[in-house]
Design a binder for this molecule. Structure first.
Ligand SMILES: Nc1ncnc2c1ncn2[C@@H]1O[C@H](COP(=O)(O)OP(=O)(O)OP(=O)(O)O)[C@@H](O)[C@H]1O
Length: 287
């Protein structure tokens, strides 16, 4: 089956930053978290996919078609939630919707009304008076009301309280179950992904460090706690990151079997996505 999104060897240079040979793909029926620390290149990648940034080289295909050939038609099939919103502050939500809706051939007025009601938003309220969470919900209502097959969101949960974040994650899960084909969202709040993502892509300093199924990743790595005396030149090589303390250490490994063999008394625990992200970034090795 065709990938929903396919990026190969995307390069984009700014004066002090470059995306270097960024390649990844999104399969059908997937929720993918795009993770990386501040300034790692998440927004630049997302804006390239949406044709908002002119990239230097590479190929981006949406639904099997090159975005450089047909961006307008392809974008109709994508729901977009960007960090800055791009709304006219003086407008009411209803007025803003009046501008956005005609841009989509597939606009579904009833879906929009249902989402506004579900999110507890009053269409007459002025955008300038909305809280950050309300603005995000309004963006999402617009993004989900034109039969988008792919939903792309840049940091949708940042700055939102845990209640709104969890409501939002539920909406995304429902969207994939009912009508969507894929969700791609950037975040540095990795705990949100523990619940919802099937796949994870890590970008650091403009390079992709991994793209992998979440469960495969969480199975492959272990947090190791043990006695510092177990550390020597050879055993240190088994860790992606290592934090030695006075008498003990904590480290992240992708070689749990070898650790179990040479350090049978060490304690091994399942890592969090954040542990893996930080371990990989510390080592900085692209896979
Ligand atoms: N228009 C631009 N001109 C010059 N540099 C830019 C421009 N846009 C982004 N950059 C730089 O590119 C780098 C990556 O920025 P980007 O916004 O893609 O990162 P990010 O991973 O989305 O970060 P954050 O999580 O903080 O939003 C940063 O160093 C940023 O300063």
């Amino acid at each position: 089956m065709e990938n929903i999104l396919e990026i190969s060897k995307l390069n984009k240079s700014y004066t002090n930053f470059s995306l270097t040979d960024v390649s990844f793909s999104l399969p059908d029926n997937s929720i993918t978290g795009f993770i990386g620390v501040n300034g790692s290149g998440k927004t630049t990648t997302i804006r390239s996919i949406l044709g908002l940034v002119k990239f230097n080289s590479g190929i981006i295909k949406l639904f099997g078609q090159d975005i450089n050939k047909n961006i307008k038609t392809l974008k109709e099939r994508v729901g977009v939630v960007l960090d800055e919103g791009g709304f006219y502050e003086e407008f009411s939500m209803s007025e803003m919707k009046g501008i956005v809706a005609p841009a989509y051939k597939n606009w579904q007025e009833q879906d929009y009304k249902d989402y506004m009601e579900q999110f507890g938003l009053n269409p007459k309220q002025k955008i300038s008076t909305l809280s950050k969470g309300m603005k995000m919900k309004f963006s999402l209502a617009l993004a989900l009301s034109h039969k988008a097959e792919l939903l792309i969101m840049d940091e949708p949960t940042s700055g939102l309280d845990p209640l709104i974040r969890s409501q939002m994650l539920k909406i995304l899960a429902d969207y994939i179950k009912k009508s969507g084909r894929a969700v791609f969202f950037s975040t540095h709040i990795t705990s949100d992904l523990e619940q919802i993502a099937d796949r994870l892509i890590l970008i650091d300093n403009g390079r992709i460090l991994f793209q992998e199924k979440k469960d495969t990743l969480l199975e492959a790595y272990r947090i190791v706690k043990g006695d510092s005396r177990l550390l020597n030149t050879e055993s240190r090589k088994l860790f992606l990151s290592l934090n030695p303390m006075d008498c003990s250490f904590i480290g992240l490994t992708d070689k749990p079997e070898e650790i179990a063999r040479i350090m049978p008394d060490a304690l091994m625990e399942r890592p969090t996505i954040e542990n893996i992200m930080l371990g990989k970034i510390e080592r900085g090795d692209a896979s």
